[in-house]
Design a protein around this ligand. Sequence first.
Ligand SMILES: NC(=O)c1ccc[n+]([C@@H]2O[C@H](COP(=O)([O-])OP(=O)(O)OC[C@H]3O[C@@H](n4cnc5c(N)ncnc54)[C@H](O)[C@@H]3O)[C@@H](O)[C@H]2O)c1
Length: 680
Amino acid sequence: MGVINMISNINIDDAMTIKLDYDLPEYPKFDPSYRRAPRRESHLTEADKALAIKNALRYIHPDHHAQMAKEFAQELEEHGRIYGYRFRPEGKLYGKPIDEYKGQCIEGRAIQVMIDNNLDFDVALYPYELVTYGETGQVCQNWMQYRLIKKYLEVMTDEQTLVVMSGHPMGLFHSHKMAPRVIISNGLMVGTFDDQKNFNRAAALGVANYGQMTAGGWMYIGPQGIVHGTFNTLLNAGRLKLGIPQDGNLAGRLFVSAGLGGMSGAQGKAAEIAGAASIIAEVDDSRIETRYTQGWVSHRTGSLEEAWKIAKEHMDAKKPCAVAYHGNIVDLLEYLYNNNIHVDLLSDQTSCHVPYDGGYCPQGLTFEERTEMLDKDPEKFVELVNKTLQHHYEMICKLHEKGTYFFDYGNSFLKAVYDTGIKSICKNGENDLDGFVFPSYVEDILGPCLFDFGYGPFRWCCLSRNPEDLHKTDMAAAEYIKAHNRRYQDYDNYVWVRDAEKNKLVVGTQCRILYQDAMGRMNLALKFNEMVRNGEIGPVILGRDHHDTGGTDAPFRETSNIKDGSNIMAEMATQCYAGNAARGMSYIALHNGGGTGIGNSINGGFGMVLDGSERVDTILKMAMPWDTMIGVSRRAWARNENALSTVAEYNELYKGQDHITMPYVADDAVVAEAVKTMKG
Ligand SMILES: NC(=O)c1ccc[n+]([C@@H]2O[C@H](COP(=O)([O-])OP(=O)(O)OC[C@H]3O[C@@H](n4cnc5c(N)ncnc54)[C@H](O)[C@@H]3O)[C@@H](O)[C@H]2O)c1
C-alpha cells in the first residue's frame, strides 16, 4: 500500500494522517421505504464527466480507483451527482447523546450530533442523498466527505479550526481557544458564474454544495424550526389584514397553502396553534404520511369536497384543524374559487426556489409522473411547470379580487412566476428590482413586526437528547420572558414557549425554537450556560435559522423590507458571519442561495456550544448582541421606523461600549422639490 500514487516524488498516502480508511466499506443496504432524490440536472461534457469522477477519486486510495471509478460513473449517470453511496454508514443515523461521540473537545462532539441530526431518517428529506430539506439542501456533497469530516471532528482540539468548503473538509489549522472550531462556506460562486446552470455543473463536478440555510450549516432542527415563524406570520397577518385583536387568534378563519415537506410541513401545525382551520395541498403522499403520523396535520384526504367539509365544520365550531389535501394546489384553488369559498389567508410553500429541479409539481401530473418526467423529458417538464405557475398566479389574482390576503412565503414563488415571463407581476411592470405586486411576508409582516425590532429565530438543542433538559430550558425561557414582557411580541413568545412541550414539536434531537430579540437571546444564552455550569442540565448548543434579522441578504425575502436601494447588496450577511467568527462562535457558515435559490441570496448562521464555562459567557456577551444588532442597524439605516427606535434604545443601553450610526430622515417634500430642479 505504501509506495503508490507518487506525484512529483510525493507519496500522497504517507503525507496524510487523517484520511478515509484503506479498506472500502461494504456496500450498505438501502431501505426502499425512504424517499430518494430525483435525478439532478448536470450539463456535463465528456471531459466534465471524467473530471467529476477524477475529483471524487481524490478521497479514495488508488488501489481501489479502478473499482470506484466505475461505481462513481454509474452514480453520475443515474443520479446526476456522485454521492459515494458505498460510504454511507449502514442503518439509521441520528443525533445520539453527545457522550456517545468521540472527540478531543466538546465542540468536536457537539457538531457531530448536529450533523447526524440533519441526516436522521425522521428529519431529512432525502436522507440517502444527504438532503436535509428544501429539495436540494445538503449537509455536504457526498458520503466520503461525511466520513472525513467526522474523522477531523474526532481529532480536532480546542486550539484548531476545521475549514469546510462546500462540504469538503479542507483541513485543520492551528487557531486558539476563543476562535471558531469550524468555518463553513457553501456554494459561494464568482459573480459571472453565479447562476443555477453553472451551479448544477459545479455540483455535478463535486466542487459545490447547496447548503440551503441550516442544512449545510448543520443547524436544522426539523420542521419545528419554522413553526414559530409561521405562527408569528399568520397571527400578525390576521392582526394586520383581518382585524384580529392583539389578544385574539384566527378561530373561524381559513388558511390555504401548499407543501408538507421539510419546512412547509410546519404550516398546518402553526395554523392550528394560531387557531385557524387550514387546508394544505401536497402532491407527495409519503410526506402527508410523515406529517400525519407525527401529528403535524390532523386530517388527510384526497377529496376536495371532504377537505372543505372538514375545514368548514371546524371553522363553524371555531376550532382549529390542519387538513392535508393529497393533490395539486392549483386544483384546490380552482375548487375553492369555483365554489365561492372565501379564503382568509393564502400562501404557498412549494420549493419554488428550484421549480425545474423537482421543487414544483405541474398540474395534471401525479408526484410519481413528475419524478419520471424529470428524468425522461426535462424540457417538457419545464414547459409544464411554467404553464402551471402562470395558472397558479391567475387563480391567486382571482381569489385576491374576492378579498383573500395572499403573501409570498419566502419560497421565491413570485420570482418563479416572473421567470416564466410574466412582467405584470412586477411592481414597476418591467423587472424585479422593486419587488412584486403581492408583498412578501417579510415586507408586510415579519419585517416590520419582528425583524426590525431584532426578534428572530433563536434556537437551541439539548445535546444530552434528554427531554427533561429541554423541559427545564423551556421553563427558564418562559420565566425570563414573563419577567421582561414589554410588547405584544414578548407575550406571543411567552405563550409559544409555555405551550411548546404540549404542542409536541420535537422531531429528532431535543430542540426548541423561540423568537427573541438581541437582549433576549443574550440573556437566555447566559442563563442556559449558567444552568449547564450548575449541573442542572447537560451541554446545549445554540443557533438560529439564517432566516433572520441580520443573517441573510435576500431581496425577495429577508431584506425585502429594506427600501434604500441596498437590497441588492450582500454585505450584511458577510459582515455578520465575519463578526461571529471574530467573536468566537463555535462554528459559523456562509451560503449562497438559501431558501430563494442560487444567486438570490447570501446567508449565514452559527452554532455555539454552551459548556458552562466563563469563556463561553465572554463569547456570548460579545457575539449574541452583535449577531442580531448588525441586522437591526442595517434596517435602521434604511430608515425602518421600528429599527430606529430599537437602535436608539441600544445606543443608550450600550453607551460607551457599542455605538450604531443612525440616519437623519429627510422630508419627502424637500427631496421632491430638489428633484424638480434637476434637468436630466
Ligand atoms: N419563509 C420561510 O421562513 C421559509 C423557511 C424555509 C423554507 N422556505 C421555503 O419554502 C419552500 C419549501 O421548503 P421545504 O423545506 O418544505 O421544501 P420541500 O421540497 O421539502 O417541500 C415542498 C413540498 O411541496 C410539494 N409540492 C410541490 N409542488 C406542489 C404542487 N404544485 N402542489 C402541491 N404540493 C406541491 C412537494 O411535494 C414538497 O413536499 C422552499 O422554497 C424553501 O426555501 C421558506
